[in-house]
Design a protein around this ligand. Structure first.
Ligand code: GLU
Length: 481
C-alpha cells in the first residue's frame, strides 16, 4: 500500500508583523513536507477579517518565509491560496450542515443568553436547538454538538486530550450576515486542500474538538493534530507583541543571519538529540519529528540566540561576511558620508570585526571611526578614558612619539611605541591606550587598537589626538577660568 503523501499547511492571518512563533510553526511544517518526495507545504493566507488585514502584511509573510528558506519556487511549496477566495465554499458548507441537521439557526441575543444562564462565562444553552428556525435576518447558524460522549483529540505533541461534549457549547459557525467563523472556514479550507496533518500553535487547541466535530460532520477523516508549545519570555510569560520583541523583521534588521535564526527557532520545543544545538537546516530537516516535540513551554532566550548568531557569523567565509554586512554599510543606512567609504579599508578591517560582532548591525560602531570625518562623541567613554593626570598627558606624549618619521606605521611597532610612552608616565598598556582609543575611535571598546591605528593612517591619527588634546585643554581652561 502506498501511503498518502503528507500535506501540511501554514495558515497565517495577515493582521500584523510576522511573529517568531509563526516562523517556528512554518519551519516545523516545512521540514515535514520536505521529508517526503511528494510532501506539500500549503501556504494559505487567512485573510477573511477584512477590517484587520493589510496587503503589506501578506507581502511581509511571504518575504519572511523566503528569508527563512521557505521559497515559493520549491516544488514542496504550494500556494499561496487566499481564504477570501473560498467564501462561496464556506457558505455552501454552512448551508449543507444546516440541511443535514448538523446545524441550526438561532436568534438569541447575547443578553438573552446571559440572562437565562445568569453567568456571563457560561456558554450557549441550546435554546434554539429544537425551535426549527429557518434562515433569516438576525439568525446565526450554530453547530449542533452531539449529545453524550467526549471528543478525543489524539495530539502528536500533547497526547490524548478529551473534551466532554457537555462542556462544548453549540458554537456559531456562521454569523447572522452569513459570514463564516474562523472555526468553520479553517476546516472547510483544510478539507478542500487535502490537508492531512495540522501543526500549529497551542492557542488553537481549544478550537480543535470543535473542528474535529466539523470534519466528522462533513464525512471526512480528521487530520492528525499537533499543537506546539507556547513560547515564553524569561519571566515565563507568553511572548506578546506588546511586551516582547517578536517580529521576525526586527531580528532581521538587527543583523541576525537567517541560518542562525532558523537553527534557533527549530529548538523551540524540539531537539535534534545528543545534546546537539548548532546544526544547519540541512541536517535538522531529515531529523525533525513532530512527535518528538515537547509539550512544555519553550523559552525564547534572546541571549542564546545572539550567541548562536555570533557563531554563525564567525563561521562565514570572509568574503561572505563582507557581503552580509552590505545593508548596514549602504548610504541610506550608514552614519558616515557616503564618499568616505573605502572598500579596501573595509575589507582589511572586516576579519577583525567578524570575530567580534554578535549581530551584523554591530559592524557599524566597530568601523565607523574609519569613515566618519570625526569620531563619534560619546560622553561616557570620554569621561572614562580622559581622567585628569592621564588623558592629556598620554595624548600629548603619544602625539610626540607618533610624529617620529622613524616609527614604522604598523600595528606591532605602534604597540611597542605606546607601551613605552605609557611606561614613561607610569601606566600599564591597558590604561595607557584608553585615551588614545577614545580620541581616535570615540569609544572605549572596539577593534584591536593598533591595527585600527595602522588602517587609519598617521595623519588622521595625529589629527584626532590633537583635536582631543585641544578639547581637554579648552575644558580645563574653562573650569579654571
Ligand atoms: N489563521 C490562524 C492563525 O493565524 C490559523 C490557525 C491554524 O493554523 O489553524 O492563528
Amino acid at each position: 500500500m502506498t501511503e498518502t503523501p503528507i500535506r501540511v499547511r501554514f495558515a497565517p492571518s495577515p493582521t500584523g508583523m510576522f511573529h517568531v512563533g509563526g516562523a517556528r510553526s512554518a519551519l516545523f511544517n516545512w521540514a515535514m513536507a520536505r521529508q517526503q518526495a511528494d510532501g506539500r507545504f500549503v501556504l494559505r493566507i487567512e485573510d477573511t477579517d477584512a477590517a484587520r488585514n493589510r496587503p503589506e502584511w501578506t507581502e511581509g509573510i511571504i518575504r519572511a518565509l523566503a528569508w527563512l528558506g521557505i521559497h515559493e519556487d520549491d516544488p514542496h511549496f504550494e500556494g499561496p491560496y487566499f481564504q477570501s477566495a473560498y467564501a462561496a465554499k464556506h457558505r455552501e458548507t454552512a448551508e449543507r450542515l444546516y440541511k443535514d441537521g448538523r446545524a441550526y439557526y438561532c436568534d438569541c441575543t447575547r443578553e438573552q443568553v446571559q440572562e437565562r444562564r445568569g453567568n456571563p462565562h457560561l456558554g450557549y444553552d441550546g435554546f434554539c436547538r429544537d425551535r426549527g428556525l429557518e434562515p433569516g435576518p438576525g439568525r446565526a447558524l450554530r453547530f449542533r454538538v452531539p449529545e453524550g460522549g467526549p471528543t478525543v483529540v489524539d495530539d502528536q505533541v500533547r497526547g490524548r486530550v478529551e473534551f466532554e461534549h457537555s462542556a462544548i457549547e453549540d458554537f456559531v459557525i456562521a454569523r447572522a450576515d452569513g459570514s463564516p467563523l474562523f472555526v468553520l472556514a479553517n476546516v472547510v479550507d483544510d478539507v478542500e486542500m487535502g490537508i492531512n496533518e495540522v501543526v500549529r500553535g497551542e492557542e488553537h487547541l481549544s478550537n480543535t474538538p470543535k473542528q474535529q466535530l466539523l470534519w466528522e460532520a462533513l464525512g471526512q477523516t480528521p487530520p492528525r493534530w499537533a499543537h506546539l508549545p507556547v513560547i515564553v519570555n524569561e519571566k515565563r510569560q507568553k511572548l506578546s507583541k506588546r511586551r516582547d520583541k517578536v517580529a521576525l523583521e526586527s531580528y532581521q534588521d538587527e543583523g541576525y543571519l537567517p541560518e542562525a535564526m532558523v537553527n534557533y527557532l527549530m529548538l523551540l520545543g524540539w531537539s535534534p538529540g545528543e545534546d546537539r544545538e548548532i546544526l544547519p537546516w540541512s541536517e535538522m530537516e531529515p531529523l525533525f519529528r513532530v512527535s518528538d516535540v515537547n509539550s512544555s513551554s519553550a523559552f525564547f532566550d534572546e541571549k542564546k540566540l545572539r550567541a548562536f548568531n555570533g557563531e554563525y557569523i564567525r563561521a562565514l567565509a570572509p568574503d561572505d561576511f563582507v557581503e552580509r554586512c552590505r545593508p548596514w554599510l549602504a548610504p541610506d543606512r550608514a552614519p558616515w558620508p557616503a564618499a568616505n567609504f573605502d572598500e579596501g579599508v573595509f575589507r582589511a578591517v572586516a576579519p577583525l570585526a567578524q570575530s567580534r560582532v554578535a549581530v551584523l548591525s554591530e559592524i557599524v560602531p566597530n568601523v565607523d571611526f574609519l569613515f566618519l570625518d570625526t569620531p563619534v562623541d560619546d560622553e561616557k567613554s570620554w569621561a572614562k578614558a580622559m581622567k585628569p593626570g592621564v588623558g592629556a598627558e598620554m595624548l600629548s606624549a603619544a602625539l610626540d612619539r607618533f610624529a617620529d618619521p622613524g616609527l614604522p606605521w604598523a600595528a606591532e611597532p605602534l604597540k611597542a611605541a605606546l607601551e613605552e610612552v605609557g611606561a614613561g608616565l607610569g601606566l600599564k598598556l591597558g590604561k595607557a591606550q584608553a585615551p588614545v582609543r577614545v580620541a581616535v575611535t570615540g569609544r572605549t571598546v572596539g577593534l584591536p587598537l593598533f591595527e585600527s591605528l595602522e588602517l587609519l593612517g598617521r595623519d588622521r591619527v595625529r589629527g584626532r589626538l590633537s583635536a582631543a588634546l585641544a578639547r581637554l585643554e579648552a575644558a580645563d581652561a574653562a573650569s579654571e577660568g
